[in-house]
Design a protein around this ligand. Structure first.
Ligand code: CUA
Length: 284
């Protein structure tokens, strides 16, 4: 569809520019006899041709939309994506919870159920699909397919508040076998021992008031689930690359990197900070 529209637009520009240049260069002043074909040109070029072209394009659009609806029915797996100010909650098979990074298998249709917890957002992975609004109380379904493995950038496509620009995510497309292994790992509870100092500091600090880690007493859903945080590529929905330094700075005062976000500065000692960083990075 894109190439058809592009080709038509180029053809229109060439024809219009050509006519314009012809008119500019024409030396002979127009006479009354020239007026008759002029009107015919306007009627044919201005009404008949556009009517035919737009009707054909409309037919092509309807055909493509129908194909997309069929794709929804044939999708083998579905993923729930729930927008929050300003991050993305991701649920696989309703059970496995993650955030800000969506893994999909390559070569198959994946259905996405899109909605939002607060204001209107828009789900947009430019390389894979068109923008789809995420509207409170409504679940919009789309299907998308990545043919090649890779990391595709996604962004919120609808202004949704002060950190709209840092409401980003990644779609990681993997070979089906690799994806299955990833999903199995994602479903597993991390095996951090209960007396791990980082785990203890995490559970006793303000962190556990908003974040969940499967297998621990931390079950809050205000912020992103951190069960497999260490395996993710970014912090704060694309605000920073996921490194130990960035994570420490983020925990101390997330307002520096992403002003206005819901995470307050954390009152932790330097020792606690170090062990919490080690703990979270170990959750992969
Ligand atoms: Cu969410 Cu813009």
């Amino acid at each position: 569809m894109w190439w058809i529209l592009f080709g038509l637009a180029v053809a229109v520009i060439v024809v219009v520019t050509g006519l314009m240049l012809y008119g500019i260069r024409r030396k002979v002043p127009p006479t009354d006899e020239d007026d008759a074909p002029g009107i015919r040109l306007i009627v044919v070029g201005g009404f008949v041709v556009p009517a035919i072209v737009l009707t054909i394009l409309f037919g092509l659009m309807v055909r493509d939309l129908g194909a997309e609806a069929r794709d929804l029915d044939s999708a083998q797996m579905s993923i729930d994506v729930i927008a929050h100010q300003w991050w993305w909650e991701v649920r696989y098979e309703g059970e496995i919870v993650s955030a800000n990074e969506i893994h999909i298998p390559t070569g198959e249709q994946v259905k996405m159920n899109l909605t939002t917890k607060d204001v209107i957002h828009s789900y947009w992975v430019p390389q894979l699909q068109a923008k789809v609004d995420m509207i409170p109380g409504i679940v919009n379904e789309i299907s998308l397919q990545a043919d090649d493995p890779g990391v595709y950038r996604g962004i919120c496509g609808e202004f949704c508040g002060v950190q709209h620009a840092k409401m980003q995510f990644l779609v990681v497309a993997q070979d089906p076998a690799e994806f299955d292994a990833w999903l199995q790992n994602e479903a597993a509870v991390p095996a951090t021992p209960e007396d791990d100092p980082g785990r203890r500091a995490f559970l006793e600090s303000t962190c556990a008031g908003c974040h969940a880690v499967a297998g621990t007493e931390a079950t809050a859903r205000l912020g992103p689930d951190l069960t497999h945080f260490g395996g993710r590529r970014t912090i704060g929905a694309g605000a920073l690359p996921n490194t130990e330094e960035n994570l420490a700075a983020w925990i101390l005062d997330a307002q520096q990197a992403k002003p206005g976000n819901e995470m307050p500065p954390s009152p932790v000692t330097e020792g606690e900070l170090g062990s919490i960083v080690d703990y979270l990075m170990g959750l992969d």
